[in-house]
Write a protein that binds this ligand. Structure first.
Ligand code: GLA
Length: 401
């Protein structure tokens, strides 16, 4: 019998809502001399995400199938004549010059949002902002999109503008892509803005359409404990390889807009024509596109075993063709299958991060405990493990007294 599930111990950060934490952090960080408490004028929050399947397809015009997590990042803010940021992880308040070069710090994401909101005339003249989260950072669960989408919402409200979910997602995408310089696709910001309680979203990035797919079950997240750093370049490298592959494919398919427009039937031709190092990258995108649409069909039909098999196939494609997995994640997925989960796969960009596990409800706690034990035998530590259900997207928060 394995030890009790290796679930994360409830910390203060996980018990208190991020919106409350942001509000009290605001009160202590921005209290003026003599005043007991500073009060924010607005608060907003946005969720992280777990991608069920559709990895590295969003910047290739393909489909993705993410779920918004029930963990969020919240921002409490008020207008002032300066830009100052406080976060729960640092002692000091940072005063920031929005037009100065980026500092290679988390606050660059906020600077990026402010610059993009200015373009839309939807930024206040300055603001004091406190940020709190119960999302793990660098675990492949889109803490950056939760931050940028929540910031876009809070700051545009401060400026008296009500931006749509689509507009908030676009501001956040542009902040990360063009200002911070991570050449991400649009999946993370889209789910953080449009997330729906009880549903996954099938987002067809080529057509820009979003279809909710009911997702009533619990998902388990097992963190590898290996942090990934997107700005470090692996994602940008893969993106460049995909662009090169697309350029080659266009020599025989001049009208092709995206790699994901190719179908599994085109694979023999792709394998013949592309330079060998690009073949597996293109093969992943093409097969993952097909898998993701089949996964949405399986989910609509309530066929969780079929969905689980597709997750495992997707992980194998990431491991062998996209080369974005790590041994810790491979072990978690193998162990999940061995212990009777429907399926599991590395979620998010990769090169670290977390594995998502889908298991039969009546045995899920036991299964994740057994996976944790296997992991511990190999790495002498338990993976941080927790569960989530599909939650809602960005929202304004009421400010507690
Ligand atoms: C990161 C990016 C996303 C997507 C995934 C891989 O999370 O931000 O846009 O490309 O990697 O699927």
């Amino acid at each position: 019998m394995p030890q009790s599930p290796s679930q994360e111990k409830p910390s203060v950060a996980n018990r208190v809502s991020p919106a409350r934490l942001a509000t009290s952090l605001f009160a202590s960080s921005f209290a003026t001399r003599g005043a007991v408490n500073a009060r924010p004028a607005v608060a907003a929050s946005a969720p992280g995400r777990v991608n069920l399947i559709g990895e590295h397809t969003d910047y290739n015009g393909g489909p993705v199938l993410p779920v918004a997590l029930d963990r969020r990042t919240a921002i409490a803010a008020r207008v002032t004549d300066r830009w100052a940021f406080a976060s729960g992880t640092e002692d000091e308040v940072h005063e920031v010059d929005i037009d100065a070069p980026m500092r290679q710090a988390w606050s660059d994401y906020l600077v990026g949002v402010i610059r993009e909101l200015r373009v839309l005339r939807a930024a206040p003249p300055g603001a004091e902002m406190a940020v709190a989260t119960n999302l793990p950072i660098g675990a492949g669960l889109s803490s950056s999109a939760a931050l940028t989408v929540a910031a876009a919402k809070a700051l545009s409200l401060l400026a008296g503008k009500r931006l749509s979910a689509a507009a908030l997602a676009e501001v956040a995408f542009r902040a990360e892509h063009y200002q911070v310089g991570v050449r991400c696709g649009r999946m993370d910001q889209t789910i953080a803005a449009h997330g729906l309680r009880g549903s996954a979203l099938l987002f067809e990035t080529g057509a820009s359409t979003i279809h909710p797919v009911p997702f009533p079950v619990r998902l388990w997240i097992m963190e590898t404990g290996v942090s990934h750093r997107l700005t470090g370049g692996a994602l940008n490298d893969r993106r460049r390889e995909c662009e090169e592959a697309l350029a080659f494919c266009r020599e025989w398919r001049p009208g092709l807009n995206y790699l994901a427009q190719l179908s599994v039937r085109d694979l023999p031709e792709v394998e013949r024509r592309l330079p060998p190092p690009l073949v597996p990258r293109a093969r992943h995108v093409i097969t993952e596109t097909a898998r993701t649409r089949r996964a949405a069909d399986a989910l609509r039909a309530g066929d969780l075993p079929a969905l689980g098999r597709l997750l495992v196939e997707g992980h194998e494609s990431l491991r062998s063709d996209y080369e974005s997995t790590i041994p810790e994640a491979d072990l978690l997925v193998r162990s999940a299958v061995h212990h009777g989960a429907y399926g599991a796969r590395l979620t998010g960009a990769g090169w670290g991060g977390a594995v998502v596990v889908l298991a039969p409800a009546e045995r899920e706690a036991r299964i994740v405990a057994e996976i944790g034990t296997d992991f511990e035998k190999c790495y002498q530590r338990l993976p941080v493990t927790w569960s989530t259900r599909a939650s809602g997207g960005v929202r304004r928060e009421t400010i507690a007294n």
